[in-house]
Design a protein around this ligand. Structure first.
Ligand code: MG
Length: 221
């Protein structure tokens, strides 16, 4: 299978093709180390690219979403999509679309949907992850809470990917960029690649104390 031949144009989503191919490449490296996790399944576009890489390595992708849409996707908001509105339940419901995507790309055995609030899921999580992709709600509270809950689960040498990084507020919301800065300031992550609005960070390998951390400890000496 050549990932460049995979056609996801029928899957709703906001992931650029170059970003998708970058995610796939990082997930291929990550899948050799352990399982991957994404926050913000939506209709499954990123799950296809990460999930196919996981499938190659016999790894799993956990994909978390409450599937009720983020604030900007609700009725009357800028990203509202009437095709995602579930009239019977009177709310946005992306879960059927997500499950259809998994079936279409033969990913039901490689992608594990987790329906719920990401912070609640994190409270009982105890597996170190080779890749965490943050692409959930874009309010500052959502973004910060996702980072705070999941960055600590990235194994040494593993990857933290953050979507929707915009240099200025005119281009887009700044919350993802703020958590990127927080991750870099922690000294635990290094920026290894940025493709359009997708940032890829790598957790410092075990045994290596980052310079930023050493400097911080020297402050207390
Ligand atoms: Mg996004």
């Amino acid at each position: 299978m050549n990932i460049a031949d995979i056609d996801t144009s029928a899957v709703k989503g906001f992931l650029d093709r170059e970003e998708a191919l970058c995610l796939h490449r990082v997930a291929q490296m990550a899948g050799k180390k352990g399982n991957c996790l994404e926050i913000g399944s939506y209709c499954g576009k990123s799950a296809v690219y990460i999930g196919l890489a996981c499938r190659e390595n016999g790894a799993k992708l956990y994909s978390i979403d409450h599937h009720r849409g983020s604030a900007e996707q609700q009725l009357g908001e800028a990203y509202y999509d009437p095709e995602l509105y579930d009239a019977a339940q009177c709310c946005i419901n992306t879960l059927p679309h997500f499950l259809t995507t998994l079936e279409s790309f033969s990913l039901v055995d490689s992608v594990i949907p987790i329906v719920g609030d990401s912070v609640s899921v994190a409270k009982s999580w105890n597996e170190a992850l080779a890749l965490v992709f943050i692409d959930g709600g874009h309010s500052f509270a959502d973004t910060y809470n996702d980072y705070n809950a999941w960055a600590c689960c990235v194994m040494p040498g593993g990857y933290l990917a953050i979507h929707d990084i915009f240099a200025t507020a005119t281009e887009g919301g700044q919350s993802p960029r703020w958590i990127l800065q927080a991750a870099l300031a922690s000294g635990l992550f290094l920026l290894v690649e940025q493709v359009k609005t997708l940032a890829i960070l790598q957790r410092t390998p075990l045994g290596i104390v980052p310079e930023a951390m050493l400097m911080r400890f020297q402050d207390f000496a």
